[in-house]
Design a protein around this ligand. Sequence first.
Ligand code: SF4
Length: 194
Amino acid sequence: MYGLVEIFESLQGEGRNTGRPCVFVRFAGCNLACPWCDTDVSRRFELSLDDLVKEVRGYRPRSVVLTGGEPTIQDGMPELVLALKESGFWIAVETNGTNDVSWLAFVDYVACSPKAEFSDSLRLSHADEVRVVASSEGIANFCRDVRGRIDATDYYVSPCDRDGEIDFATAKAVLAELDGWSLSVQLHKIMGFR
Ligand code: SF4
């Protein structure tokens, strides 16, 4: 059984796939505790593999984002990825990068959001995109460190959202110190969609 918080359809709000219609599967639980975390990761319901795939297939998009929480700490993910692939889905995973699990090689897109407070726990060495939250101006040093540790196509800085206040100023200051990084806004928060 998979522990879940919610399943819903929306547009991807961040990174290179911004604007792509997707089904979001938010798994319960996380192995980190970021101080600014605004994600409710408490388990609300469970679904079997068959019921989860059936639920995802019930939405219109043929793209699915496996997110959390932290999806890589769930059991049964290789089976889920295989079943979604057999159903024709494009699959993206959003991870904090602390588990370099083998099934990530079988998804279409990996977005890694490493956390400076837990940099010793970072294990992932490849991703399609990296997104770092600009929680302080000093985060630029962490971004440089991450760039040396994770091979990715795109590197993004995201503004920190503290209780609904989106801190663009710090993100701008961080980007001014970096080469090859761009801003990824959380479009869903700015535009007011889920
Ligand atoms: S990794 Fe993500 S879900 Fe987990 S505590 Fe940090 S912000 Fe929250």
